[in-house]
Write a protein that binds this ligand. Structure first.
Ligand SMILES: O=C(O)CCC(=O)C(=O)O
Ligand SMILES: [Fe+2]
Length: 319
């Protein structure tokens, strides 16, 4: 990316406020995307016991090493940014970080990433339903095209201006989706979009293009007309710095933004799966659960592994 001037950042800021999204054409050179894709292949080969994936078909979460039908199914790869510097560098590229800062009004904290090989067919939603910022609107997302998107590959769809629709309040008084009230949210947003005459738009990206969207912009994955087609992408979500400071999160500075250091999503591995080739991740388990660490240090349990076998898994914990 070229050096972004203050004028460009200012202009993109007002476009973002008006439309709720911003397309950054040729944000990354194809070679840069290739380097990131090769870093991902390296992680999958070298650390399959640590890479967390969701199968898009079954919804099942597992480590990459244990994923079923890896050749034919589609997966969502979680938070590879935690393992790969190349991916952090991409997500917080200096120019991108300054545009994200303009959109948020404060430095951006990369807190989650997803890598996809194919379309998601995901129903339209707003990200703040699931990743609800403490300060309303203090969340922004960047979708990075890892290849040209074919119209039959289930392109990303979005609804310009939909971020201005007042946020729906769930029964608990928050804007965070309650699972049994999600259908009410869909009804609400459907009516609001129709009332405002908002038309969906598809993002037919070229490799290296980026779209950033507002916490409350309605978007999703359109139907995949040709299941053989890939639609490789990386999606990054960023909270504003002040919410992260409030929550006392561990954030690491990088190029004017930050990335959040955390032990990634827990996976509920059946204890019997551990053995040679898949050792129990003792240190990671103790890092994740401070109460278990304290109990092991107090010699109440011989190890974290013992705890997981006898209690942790049954209590709903993961590794
Ligand atoms: O890439 C897609 O189809 C949608 C992804 C998405 O909505 C998200 O990660 O927030
Ligand atoms: Fe989303």
């Amino acid at each position: 990316m070229n050096q972004t001037s203050e004028i460009e950042v200012g202009l993109s800021q007002s476009q973002f406020e008006r439309d709720g999204y911003l397309v950054l054409e040729k944000c990354f050179a194809p070679q840069r995307i290739d380097r990131a894709a090769s870093a991902i292949r390296g992680l999958l080969d070298e650390r399959p016991n640590e890479v967390v994936v969701d199968s898009l078909g079954s919804g099942r979460r597992s480590f990459w090493a244990q994923a079923d039908k890896r050749e034919i199914r589609s997966f969502r790869f979680h938070d590879l940014y935690l393992m790969g510097e190349e991916l952090r560098e991409l997500a917080l590229d200096p120019d991108l970080a300054s545009i994200l800062e303009g959109a948020l009004g404060e430095p951006a904290v990369l807190c989650n990433s997803l890598n996809l090989r194919k379309g998601t067919f995901q129903t339209s939603h707003i990200d703040s339903l699931y990743m609800t910022p403490r300060t309303p609107h203090a969340l922004v997302s960047a979708w990075i095209a890892f290849e040209d998107v074919h119209p039959d590959a289930g392109p990303l769809v979005y609804y310009p201006g939909s971020h201005r629709i007042p946020l729906y309040r769930f029964n608990d008084g928050t804007h965070h989706a309650a699972p049994d009230e999600e259908a009410d949210w869909f009804d609400y947003i459907d009516v609001q979009i129709r009332l405002r005459g908002i038309k969906e738009r598809k993002f037919l990206a070229k490799k290296g293009d980026v779209i950033i969207w507002h916490a409350d912009l309605v978007h999703g994955g359109s139907p995949i007309r040709d299941v053989g087609r890939t639609r490789a992408s990386m999606i990054c979500h960023y909270f504003g710095e002040s919410d992260c400071r409030h929550w006392a999160l561990d954030i690491v500075p990088l190029h004017g933004g930050y990335w959040m250091r955390w032990p990634q999503q827990p996976v509920r591995v059946d204890p019997s799966a551990f053995g040679t080739g898949f050792p129990f991740p003792e240190e990671a388990y103790l890092m994740r659960y401070q109460d278990v660490r304290e109990a092991v240090e107090a010699k109440l349990f011989p190890s974290g592994e013992f705890h997981y076998w006898n209690f942790g898994f049954g209590e709903g914990r993961g590794v």
